[in-house]
Design a protein around this ligand. Sequence first.
Ligand code: FES
Length: 65
Amino acid sequence: MQQAWLDNDVPQCGYCQSGMIMAVTALLKEKPKPTDADIDASLTNICRCGTYQQIRQAIHAAAKA
Ligand code: FES
């Protein structure tokens, strides 16, 4: 997951990212091929920098790996 984050240039300020990675890791354990709706429902913290599109890209990339 961390490599997918780097490959997709997800972080901006980085403040929210540890929580995002933990939430997404839990999501992929539960749903290995999540939809965008699954992703939206699983992100329980807020990114003030608005990196949601990059987060979705990283999740889909990690799900393919
Ligand atoms: S990267 Fe800045 S709050 Fe998410």
